[in-house]
Write a new protein. Structure first.
Length: 212
């Protein structure tokens, strides 16, 4: 496979530059191939402009490279979400900012968003939990952030984990379908996010209050 335009070979000894080039190449190829099983070490290193053996200076194998790509992508997404959510505001406002930022990220960085959901679940990923300490896995941390906001909005309501899963599935479905079927007359992202909050958080909270 030819080296992509603008990408130069990395001299030996430039470790971080080489690692970044390999991860960039893997992201590009995942988007082009659409399937992690079609990604090869030889293809990644050719795209990065280095020999196949160079990959093993930084990654044990292709799976470790993919894991690094995913963790880096989820960190980018989490940083984007955290920048939108203002500490000290009401939980429902934090949830609203999170939902809108999630859809904004998918719209503004569609390639990265697609890569995040193109690879299979990595081995050893911890299960989400509202009381989990952050830092174990960036992807799980994002769901735990959402779960904590929903939990704060539903102190006496239905199971927050289930409502958070509904919320995430709804946001992801909208983001993914809007990329794939752009010509469809979708509602605005803001209106859709508001609807998800109403259906999965505010309405259940009201119902729980009425039952008491």
């Amino acid at each position: 496979m030819a080296v992509s335009a603008g990408r130069t070979r990395n001299p030996r000894g430039q470790g971080e530059r080489l690692r970044a080039a390999l991860m960039d190449a893997a992201r590009e190829l995942l988007l082009e191939l659409g399937d992690q099983d079609r990604l090869s070490v030889r293809g990644v290193t050719a795209r990065a402009g280095v020999s196949p053996n160079a990959l093993y200076l930084h990654f044990a194998d292709k799976d470790e490279l993919l894991s690094a790509v995913m963790i880096g992508g989820y960190k980018e997404l989490r940083d984007f979400l955290n920048a939108a959510v203002k500490p000290g505001t009401a939980p429902i406002e934090q949830l609203r900012a999170f939902a809108n930022a999630y859809l904004d990220f998918a719209a503004e960085r569609p390639g990265m968003y697609r890569v995040l959901f193109m690879t299979k679940l990595r081995d050893g990923v911890p299960m989400p939990a509202a009381d989990a300490e952050p830092g174990l896995d960036e992807g799980v941390d994002i769901f735990n952030d959402l779960l904590r906001m929903v939990t704060a909005c539903l102190p006496d309501g239905p199971d927050p984990f289930t409502q958070s899963a509904y919320m995430w599935a709804g946001l992801h479905g909208f983001a993914a379908l809007k990329q794939d079927i752009a010509a469809f007359p979708w509602p605005s992202a803001g209106d859709y996010a508001e609807r998800m909050i109403e259906v999965h958080v505010e309405a259940p909270a009201r119902a729980a209050g009425a039952d008491r």
